[in-house]
Design a protein around this ligand. Structure first.
Ligand code: GBH
Length: 479
């Protein structure tokens, strides 16, 4: 129970972490500033037909040049915690054999971190928010090559460089953001970089069929574990920060009260979140996946298991929406969807009457976040942080955005469910990061979708606060 005198007017403990997030490729721009080299997202966004409107991240929010103003914007909001990611392709360059430090890029992040520090803003930094250096994808087997020791070594070197050069100013490290999303979208659906799809369609340089997402997940989990081991053995004691990973999951509710649908909802959560969480806790993929995926699911060696188990100091959870899930009998689907999609044996829909966001995949169902947090807390006993939650706005002009009530309703509804999970259910949720500080490059949707607390005019780069920004300042920044 929380002592009354430690509770803020918003109903949360005084030490609850309130922050906002962004990611490098979505906001930075400066595609070749600081001697940056291409990532898979540069190549993908410049591929005809890959991104809505032909949009690219070349300029994005131009934060690479406007960062001082944007830190001032954060201060204006009273922000005390900021979550952002490093661009591997800015931190390092390809020398024809491996990635080596890129001093101008490192200096940019170093200055930025100093700026945050001066503004009293704590930094929470993600190493990998989907932007693999193109050279590692092309010449070193990327994430899609089975048992790819070369990518593990490269990631370990990158993480070490980041800890060494930036770690004194970073409170929390996240190795990967949403491995589920970049694995399924990038290596199965093909609508994200690097655009790989199952082999039978003949598209993509890394088409591997329905085993590829599981190959990718195994490499990514092993890379995570390596980076964590480096941080813990060489840096944690002196730097005092914590390290983890950010996993995304929509909540799953059974469509009917049948036992089969209850099992299907549980299975969906295992395929979505258990896929990543279970190896971090027990060193292996969930039983439901072993059962349905069979021999296509790689194994971890005893050494890999040892590194994986307990390799998070806390857990970051990104959450946007909820699905109603029903069971699917063997063979019922009969479609050509990816292995991961079909392997679950579920069909997901939305509940009737849930408000629709601009992004087709998102509807508002606030109670789903409380349900998810409880599901996670039943399995993981450490601190939980909601590292992303936000609304794809239905307003598309600065004036409409400034008056956007739906986004505000989403934030009030969802944060209230976080409060209930904490205060009523005892879930150890310690922080909440809204997505996002600014409208930005929304991946395959380009600039057509807007999640910012600030509206961005991409012609003038002017930032305009939305209604939720004022709410944030009054009720989240203030205790
Ligand atoms: C996060 O992904 C990202 O971390 C962030 O970069 C992004 O800007 C933000 O959220 C908003 O999207 O089209 O039905 O196949 C969100 C998780 C998972 C949401 C995949 C879209 C596609 C569903 N995403 N999902 S569908």
């Amino acid at each position: 129970a929380v002592e009354a005198n430690d509770t803020c007017a918003n109903g949360f403990p005084a030490d609850f972490v309130w922050g906002l997030g962004t990611a490098a490729y979505q906001i930075e721009g400066g595609w070749n500033a600081t001697n940056r080299s291409p990532s898979i997202w540069d190549v993908f966004s410049h591929t005809k037909g890959a991104v809505a409107g032909g949009d690219t991240g070349d300029v994005a929010d131009d934060v690479i040049h406007r960062w001082r103003d944007d830190i001032a914007l954060m201060s204006e909001l009273g922000l005390k915690h900021y979550r952002f990611s490093l661009s591997w392709s800015r931190m390092m360059s390809w020398d024809g054999h491996s990635m080596v430090p890129n001093e101008p890029g490192i200096a940019w992040y170093s200055d930025f971190l100093d700026g945050l520090l001066e503004a009293g803003i704590t930094a929470h930094v993600t190493l990998y928010h989907w932007d693999l250096p193109q050279a590692l994808h092309e010449h070193r087997g990327g994430w899609h090559t089975p048992d790819n020791e070369r990518i593990l070594t490269e990631f370990e070197a990158y993480a070490t460089l980041a800890f060494e050069r930036l770690g004194s100013r970073v409170a929390t490290w996240f190795t990967f953001n949403e491995p589920w999303t970049f694995t399924v979208s990038g290596y199965s659906a093909g609508n994200h970089a690097p655009g790989c799809v199952p082999a039978q369609s003949g598209r993509g340089p890394c088409a591997g069929g329905d085993v590829t997402p599981y190959v990718v997940s195994t490499n990514v989990l092993n890379a995570h574990a390596r980076a964590v081991a480096v941080y813990r053995t060489r840096f944690a004691a002196t730097l005092g920060g914590r390290i983890s990973i950010t996993l995304n999951c929509e909540f799953a509710r059974p469509l009917t009260n049948s036992a089969a649908d209850a099992a299907a909802a549980e299975r969906a959560l295992q395929f979505w979140l258990g896929w990543w969480l279970e190896p971090l806790l027990s060193g292996d993929y969930p039983a439901a996946m072993r059962r349905n995926v069979g021999e296509r699911l790689p194994s971890f060696s005893p050494e890999q298991r040892e590194l994986l188990i307990g390799s998070i100091d806390l857990l970051g959870i990104n959450h946007y929406s909820t699905h109603m899930v029903r069971d699917v009998a063997d063979g019922e689907r009969g479609d050509a969807s990816s292995g991961w999609e079909a392997d679950q044996h579920v069909v997901a829909t939305f509940g009737a009457g849930w408000p629709q966001a601009a992004s087709p995949w998102q509807r508002s169902y606030p109670a789903g976040l409380r349900g998810l947090l409880n599901w996670v807390a039943a399995r993981y006993k450490g601190d939980i942080y909601v590292t992303e939650n936000g609304w794809s706005c239905n307003s598309f002009t600065a004036a409409a955005a400034a008056a956007d009530q739906e986004q505000l309703d989403y934030y009030t509804g969802y944060t209230e469910q976080v409060r209930l999970a904490l205060v009523e259910d005892g879930v150890p949720v310690r922080g909440y990061f809204g997505w996002s500080l600014l409208d930005n490059f929304e991946w395959a949707d380009g600039y057509s979708k807007r999640f910012g607390l600030y509206y961005v005019n991409y012609t003038t780069q002017q930032r305009t606060p939305k209604k939720a920004a004022a709410w944030w300042k009054e009720t989240r920044s203030a205790c």
